[in-house]
Design a protein around this ligand. Structure first.
Ligand code: MHO
Length: 214
């Protein structure tokens, strides 16, 4: 599957990035996802040495299929950001916009959320996109990588862990996001072998709706 469309990118911090990657991966219109560190100033952050960065997800999406507003709807409904206890910078709620249009839409949506959630105070920060540092390989497609034998057959190298369409999708569906019906309607676009497909059918159905964990 190539990225032969004029894709756009969104960057969100929503707590542990494993869950966010599965959530968006199974979402129709999302083309690929990469987990990483952003929002801070430290050069070359790593998981063990994050500095002032936050765990974020970069999402490449097809704006003709899913809008930034739709992505934000998932953002506001799938993490905690109204806590009275402080959130560590590592897990803060963060929207890093890529252009003025995203900025306007994000700020407006935050105002609407704030009204809905009042008296809770929304801690989400909205800032311009800064350097994005991809996380270590073992954090990419974390839930998919739990299926070792399947991964071996997918030949996912370091680059493909960040760019593969099929890895993006399976990382969501195998974690129970998206559902078995939607999976069945999309699976034939993934180029799986019959054995891979049978394996995935079993686990996607079994795990449907199990909920994201970190
Ligand atoms: N509970 C997990 C969080 C990982 S996450 C990518 C751990 O401590 O390993 O922050």
């Amino acid at each position: 599957h190539s990225l032969g469309v004029a894709f756009k990118t969104a960057t969100f911090g929503m707590g542990c990035f494993w869950g966010a990657e599965s959530l968006y991966g199974a979402t129709t219109g999302v083309l690929r996802t990469t987990v990483g560190y952003a929002g801070g100033t430290k050069e070359g952050p790593t998981y063990r040495n994050l500095g002032d960065h936050t765990e974020v997800l970069e999402i490449d999406y097809d704006p003709n299929v899913i809008s930034f507003k739709d992505l934000l709807h998932l953002f506001w409904n799938n993490h905690e950001y109204g806590l009275t206890t402080p959130i560590k910078r590592q897990y803060m709620s963060l929207i890093l916009y890529h252009d003025e249009e995203q900025k306007t839409i994000a700020e407006q949506s935050k105002i609407e959320e704030q009204i809905k959630r009042s008296p809770e105070v929304i801690t989400t920060e909205i800032r311009a996109k800064t350097n994005f540092y991809p996380a270590e390989d073992y954090h990419q497609k974390y839930r998919l990588q739990g299926h070792r034998d399947l991964c071996d057959t997918l030949n996912l190298n370091s680059k493909l862990l960040q760019t593969s369409y099929v890895a993006t999708k399976l990382n969501g569906y195998l974690a129970g996001v998206g559902g078995f019906e939607q999976f069945k309607s999309e699976v034939d676009t993934m180029g799986l072998t019959p054995t891979q497909k049978e394996y995935c059918n079993y686990y996607v159905e079994k795990n449907e709706g199990q909920g994201l964990y970190c």
